[in-house]
Design a protein around this ligand. Structure first.
Ligand SMILES: [Zn+2]
Length: 148
């Protein structure tokens, strides 16, 4: 009987690691560069890495669309950090700087920031606009994705 496998792209090199769902909590590292696959904080995501991190067989991904000039975004940043510690490894958290990555912002029709978009199974399953606290982020995500 096969184990349920997921693909976890490394956030440092571009290697895509196969990992058993049951091993998610065992501090897995990248098979190529040995970098920890889960670091407990969000990583910066750009257009080149986006399609590697969002896919049918990938871990769910929560993306914070933000910009450096946006006050509420900066206020929410530590809340998003805290949420990463609580939500990994069931969900990975990433940040898209919409000023540096305007193509991603327009691809997903981001009209206000911060906006949180949750991807699972290769598609968007939920989004919410506006700054929120870590507890609200965690509660909202767990409506859609159960803990690992
Ligand atoms: Zn790696």
């Amino acid at each position: 009987m096969g184990e349920s496998m997921l693909l976890a792209p490394c956030t440092r090199c571009s290697a895509v690691n196969r990992i058993a769902r049951t091993r998610l909590r065992d501090a897995p590292v990248c098979g190529r560069c040995r970098h920890a696959l889960f670091e407990g904080h969000p990583f910066a995501l750009g257009a080149d890495g986006f399609d590697r991190h969002v896919g049918a067989d990938r871990l769910p991904l929560l993306v914070d669309f933000w910009a450096p000039w946006c006050g509420p975004c900066l206020q929410m940043a530590p809340q998003f950090e805290a949420a990463a510690r609580l939500l990994e490894p069931a969900v990975r958290l990433a940040k898209v700087d919409t000023e540096a990555e305007p193509a991603l912002g327009s691809r997903f029709g981001i009209r206000s920031i911060p906006t949180l978009v949750l991807f699972a199974g290769g598609q968007e399953i939920a989004r919410q606009a506006g700054a929120v606290g870590s507890a609200q982020i965690v509660q909202w995500v767990r409506l859609h994705v159960p803990p690992a």
